[in-house]
Design a protein around this ligand. Structure first.
Ligand code: TYC
Length: 106
């Protein structure tokens, strides 16, 4: 309950609050990198399939990567980020495209 941790400052008599530290799990950015060979449609398909983006969101994000070199495509827990990276890398390799997907602690 909020207010449970109200305390009274000994000197001033002013009510003060302590905030118990809430532990949040670290989150990981998943990024895709541009290259000169992977077809644009393939990257759009990857973003729709593995990151749940709509076609127009996927197309825009693909263009951002194409122009800027890389972009964050999502932020996930370690396990989910690891799985996404592995799925994308495996899918790209199976289609013989050099698309790279990496993760980084936020
Ligand atoms: N640069 C690629 C091309 O012109 C398209 C591309 C976009 C590749 C994004 C990778 O992550 C990427 N065919």
């Amino acid at each position: 309950m909020s207010g449970d941790d109200d305390q009274t400052d000994g000197e001033s008599g002013i009510a003060t609050k302590t905030r118990p530290k809430t532990q949040r799990p670290p989150m990981y950015k998943v990024m895709i990198l541009n290259d000169d060979y992977t077809p644009m449609e393939f990257v759009v398909h990857v973003l729709e399939r593995f990151f749940g983006l709509s076609h127009s969101q996927a197309f825009e994000l693909m263009l951002t990567v194409h122009k800027k070199g890389l972009a964050v495509v999502g932020v996930f827990s370690f396990e989910v980020a690891e799985t996404k990276v592995a799925q994308v890398m495996d899918f790209a390799r199976r289609h013989q495209h050099p698309l790279q997907c990496t993760m980084e602690k936020e």
